[in-house]
Design a protein. Structure first.
Length: 152
């Protein structure tokens, strides 16, 4: 919730902003059908949502699209925003990191399997799990390993 609004997306890819007091529509916008029913992420006045094979960022007040980034497969889980970057995984086996303001690719890491769940960002490190049975701990700024890679 931000600015008195509640934000959600349905499986068809429609993103809704509802007034928290009345429940009335503030705005709604269509994206792509969603393989995942993970919640949308609201951070720093933006709504981030994975729909189909793209990550969409919308203005939280108006619903105006700010940018769209196409991944090579369906977006998996919810994105995470930390330190001006958006991190998310995809069924194409890649963990992506984008500039949160403009959507430009900062770095990406190809793994040996589909990314599972949502990444976690903490203290300059982004963590992600892959179906290659590895957990990745990467420098969130550079995308380089931290030496903390563990087999599961």
């Amino acid at each position: 919730m931000t600015g008195g609004g509640v934000y959600l997306a349905d499986y068809l890819g429609t993103v809704y902003a509802l007034d928290a007091t009345t429940g009335k529509d503030r705005w709604r916008i269509a994206t792509e059908a969603r393989a995942s029913l993970e919640p949308v992420l609201v951070a720093v006045g933006n709504v981030h949502v994975g729909s189909g094979s793209a990550l969409y960022t919308l203005d939280a007040v108006t619903g105006t699209p700010k940018w769209r980034f196409a991944a090579g497969g369906d977006v998996v889980g919810s994105p995470v925003v930390a330190d001006g970057r958006v991190h998310f995984g995809s069924a194409d086996h890649v963990l992506y990191t984008l500039d949160a303001a403009g959507g430009q690719l900062r770095w990406k890491l190809a793994t040996g399997g589909e990314i599972t769940g949502s990444p976690v960002a903490e203290a300059g490190v982004v963590y992600a799990c892959s179906k290659d049975r590895c957990v990745y701990a990467l420098d969130a700024l550079k995308g380089t390993g931290t030496g903390n890679r563990a087999r599961t």
